[in-house]
Design a protein around this ligand. Sequence first.
Ligand SMILES: Cc1cc2nc3c(=O)[nH]c(=O)nc-3n(C[C@H](O)[C@H](O)[C@H](O)COP(=O)(O)O)c2cc1C
Length: 147
Amino acid sequence: MKSLVVYYSRTNTTRKLAEKIASETNADIEEIRPKVNYQGKLGYIRGGKDAMSEKIIDLEEMAYDPKDYDVVYVGGPVWASKAANPLISYLNNNDFNNVKFFLTAGKSGFESSFKQMEKYSKKPLKTLQLTTKEVKQDNYDLKSFIS
Ligand SMILES: Cc1cc2nc3c(=O)[nH]c(=O)nc-3n(C[C@H](O)[C@H](O)[C@H](O)COP(=O)(O)O)c2cc1C
């Protein structure tokens, strides 16, 4: 089974989880790099605004073609109860054989974000939702998500 992990992470929480998933599944891994600057305080405000308007944004070119993989794990943070804009933009731009979604959030907004990700791609085989705290404390089990 050839797997790819694609993630967006503004403050490295989802990055940590993505790297763990990639190492456990022997997957290639690639970061989504937005052309929009979401760093810092202004970036936080822009992220909230863009999330609410479901804006599709420009991304830097990706190295891997998701069509070359049996399954692609796509993940990132929840912003304003939506999937962060780099995520929906990536999903919108690409075709997949199979997808699995993973999200991190402070505490809420998972369900609406998974729905939105599905709208921009397809029904995922599986989903995984973890709080920022659970990721930071390594308090999770990937077994059923990666099997
Ligand atoms: C613009 C913005 C909006 C956010 N909205 C939510 C939210 O609706 N619900 C929530 O639980 N966390 C929210 N968060 C917190 C992030 O989802 C959480 O910190 C996440 O783990 C960050 O992942 P990252 O470090 O990979 O970027 C928001 C963060 C940002 C920057």
